[in-house]
Write a protein that binds this ligand. Structure first.
Ligand code: 13P
Length: 334
């Protein structure tokens, strides 16, 4: 796989006015989301729900690709078309979550490290054959009393770099996601510092592992105050802090940055992205790779009537995609 092909895929993922829909909830996370709205967690319901999202009419107007879970990339539409094939035929790039989740970091209470490197080369090879052209690995950095430790940050960014190098070897664009978690009573400045040190460590590790930035996408968390901090900040303040932090740490050769929503409201996720793009020009396209902020409205509506609300739920997916697509251009109007 040439760097040109990886770069082409990476650029297509962040094409102007387009972003990614993250529908890669693991079995456990999907069970939690379904339980929250009273949907039975069966394989058929998970398949049908992913079908609802992916077959939303005209989704590719604003969506360049979707991140799938292992189960989903092996599933098909009701007409028997594998989801990855359906996506490619409808102008969307299939992506795949390849990490195996977070586990307690031994010796460091309250901190976690993402696992999944063992056997990853063979899994990537299979995912490529199944149609995936990019992959995602999520590291989690918690903020609290005396955490994160440098050890936790380095363990996580080292794993991200090893994963990214393997992805490129196997022809997949790595989407590297170091998520600084919003939960906690910390203020915005603390989130800024933690995000900054995490991104510095990440790009140092990527360099040490010879990862080609031209064929890499960063999935970043925004710089926000902790959810229980009581600090009241406006959309512009979050946007300015996030931009400043990214400009200080992320090389301009990176083809693009997409954000996770991380528990922000739908409106906040869109407004923050819009504000950052209005503050441009920026060194890289800034777009979205939202999970909850793309799906929450649709999941709620669908849960009320799995048969009759299918098309209405798809309409909300389209509207969320359109709003975030416009925000990726700084053209969203509330
Ligand atoms: P949220 O947008 O719901 O945070 O999910 C994005 C994601 O893929 C987290 O890994």
């Amino acid at each position: 796989m040439s760097i040109e092909q990886l770069a082409e895929t990476a650029q297509a993922m962040v094409a102007p006015g387009k972003g990614i829909i993250a529908i890669d909830e693991s079995g456990a996370t999907c069970a939690k989301r379904f339980a929250g709205v009273g949907i039975e967690n069966t394989e058929e319901n998970r398949r049908r729900y992913r079908e609802l999202l992916l077959t939303t009419p005209k989704l590719s107007d604003y969506i360049s690709g979707a991140i799938l879970f292992d189960e989903t990339i092996r599933q098909s539409t009701s007409d028997g078309v594998p989801f990855a094939k359906y996506m490619s035929e409808h102008g969307m790039i299939p992506g795949i979550k390849v990490d195996k989740g977070t586990h307690n970091l031994a010796g460091f209470p309250g901190e976690v490290v993402t696992e999944g490197l063992d056997g990853l080369r063979a899994r990537l090879e299979e995912y490529y054959k199944l149609g995936a052209r990019f992959a995602k690995w999520r590291a989690v950095i918690n903020i609290g009393e005396d955490i994160p430790s440098g050890t936790c940050i380095d363990a996580n960014t080292h794993a991200l770099a090893r994963y990214a190098a393997l992805c490129q070897e196997q022809g997949l664009v790595p989407m590297v996601e170091p998520e600084v978690i919003m939960d906690g009573s910390h203020d915005l400045d603390t989130c800024y510092e933690v995000t900054e040190v995490t991104l510095r460590s990440l790009f140092a590790s990527l360099y040490e592992h010879s990862v080609m930035l031209e064929g890499t996408i960063l999935k970043a968390s925004m710089v926000v105050p902790g959810t229980t901090s009581g600090e009241d900040v406006g959309y512009d303040e979050v946007a300015a802090a996030t931009l400043q932090c990214l400009k200080s740490t992320v090389p301009a050769t990176l083809p693009g940055i997409v954000f996770l929503s991380g528990g922000q409201s739908d409106e906040a996720a869109t407004a923050h992205l819009n504000a950052m793009n209005q503050m441009g020009p920026n060194p890289w396209p800034l777009s979205f790779s939202y999970g909850r902020a793309m799906q929450a409205a649709a999941l709620k509506l669908w849960s009320q009537d799995l048969v009759n609300n299918f098309a209405r739920a798809q309409q909300t997916v389209y509207e969320r995609a359109r709003d975030n697509g416009l925000a990726a251009l700084g053209q969203w109007k509330q």
